[in-house]
Write a protein that binds this ligand. Structure first.
Ligand code: M6R
Length: 374
């Protein structure tokens, strides 16, 4: 049942190219760049008039929401607010009933997320679910569901569900942009094409990063703490990398926006601290190049204090190798799709470290696959 893999988690990491492909399938036109989302009980006018998108989710799904905020705001120019589902209803959120609510949940049964949905509905919002389980509770209550077609996820640590959520969010962002006329036809076509090329690129990452991460695990599996740094849309991926490591290897890890290090966490850095830095770039995108340059300075801040840097960088980057201890290269992609590639080595690194530490990777202590209590 594990298809020859030692653990479900590893099998599911390797299923990501298919999961992303299946989530895209039937939802795009390559000729026109148009995105189709079926059966929404939300009209185009409602999408056009919405002043905001309010998203609630937990754990890894919350990280997907944070990345989705960048996608939606960038493409559809509509503000997005992201909440932990467990916090949402206790802060008595200020809600405009013309906004659209969104719940992201692999299982569709997470109690906190369902409670947030109930709160949204009570305040008059229409809700959209991004969910991996057909017919789950969240979908029954929603005005529209974008199913992620990741297939059943058995490992407690979410991997292929996460990349499918990012895919669904990217499609949703494009759909909104097309409905609200904030994108040209040519831009749509280019992005849709880039999305269809992504599964092949994830395969490339899997081919090279698996062995590289196993080697890294030999060096770093005894570390006490880890830091993960990223900027922009890569900051949520840093959070996700840290969560993966925490939950399956029991090593303390934190994700941080790289630019925030100098406001406190730099004090943690010493020669024993591994720092994973997301330092990819989309050469065609000005914002991305700027982010990359700033990230290089952040790397130098770490190495100047003897921290050990593991960088995730873009193929063809000849600059970064000299600045860091280890590099894992990933293929090029547009900025908003890069997270689907740079998360893969982080999953593999957490996996190989946990295996070396003899941890129960698929069933980490104290955790359940779906959390049905608030
Ligand atoms: O089923 P959900 O997506 O609602 O689950 C949310 C979290 O419980 C889940 O993502 C959790 O954080 C995972 N164990 C992370 O790997």
């Amino acid at each position: 049942e594990k298809g020859g893999y030692k653990h479900f988690m590893l099998k599911e990491i390797f299923e990501q190219p298919r999961a992303v492909r299946d989530t895209t399938l039937g939802r795009i036109s390559l000729n026109t760049g148009t995105v189709f989302l079926s059966e929404m009980k939300i009209s185009d006018e409602e999408f056009r008039d919405a002043p905001r998108i309010d998203i609630a989710a937990c754990g890894t799904s919350w990280h997907a929401a944070l990345a989705g905020k960048y996608m939606i705001e960038r493409l559809a120019r509509i503000p997005v607010e992201v909440d932990y589902a467990s916090e949402f209803r206790y802060r008595d959120p200020i809600i405009d009933s013309r906004s659209i609510g969104m719940l992201i949940t692999q299982s569709g049964e997470t109690a906190d997320t369902l409670a947030a949905q109930r709160e949204m509905l009570a305040k008059g919002l229409k809700t959209i679910a991004i969910c991996n389980v057909v017919g789950a509770m969240v979908a029954r209550e929603a005005h529209g569901t974008i199913y992620t077609h990741a297939g059943p996820e058995i490992g407690v640590a979410s991997t292929k569900a996460f990349s499918s959520q990012l895919t669904a969010l990217f499609l949703f962002a494009l759909y909104l942009a097309q409905t609200r006329n904030t994108i040209t036809g040519d831009e749509s076509i280019a992005l849709v094409e880039a999305l269809t090329r992504l599964p092949g690129k994830i395969e490339e990452v899997l081919r090279t990063a698996d062995l590289a991460c196993e080697k890294l695990a030999r060096v770093y599996s005894t570390a006490r703490d880890f830091l993960y740094l990223g900027r922009g849309i890569h900051y949520p991926i840093a959070l996700e990398g840290a969560l993966k490591l925490k939950e399956i290897s029991y090593i303390h890890a934190e994700g941080y926006p790289a630019g925030e290090m100098k406001h406190g966490p730099n004090a943690l850095i010493d020669g024993t601290l591994p720092v994973v830095v997301l330092a990819t770039k989309d050469g065609a995108n000005h914002g991305s190049r700027l982010r990359y340059e700033k990230t290089l300075s952040n790397i130098q801040e770490v190495t100047a204090r003897s921290g050990k840097v593991i960088a995730i960088a873009t193929e063809g980057d000849e600059q970064i190798g000299d600045l860091v201890d280890q590099v894992i290269y990933i293929p090029q992609a547009p900025e908003l799709l890069l997270p689907l590639l740079d998360v893969v080595p982080l999953q593999l690194l957490a996996y190989h470290i946990a295996v070396r530490r003899g941890c129960d990777v698929d069933q980490p202590r104290n955790l359940a696959k779906s959390v049905t209590v608030e």
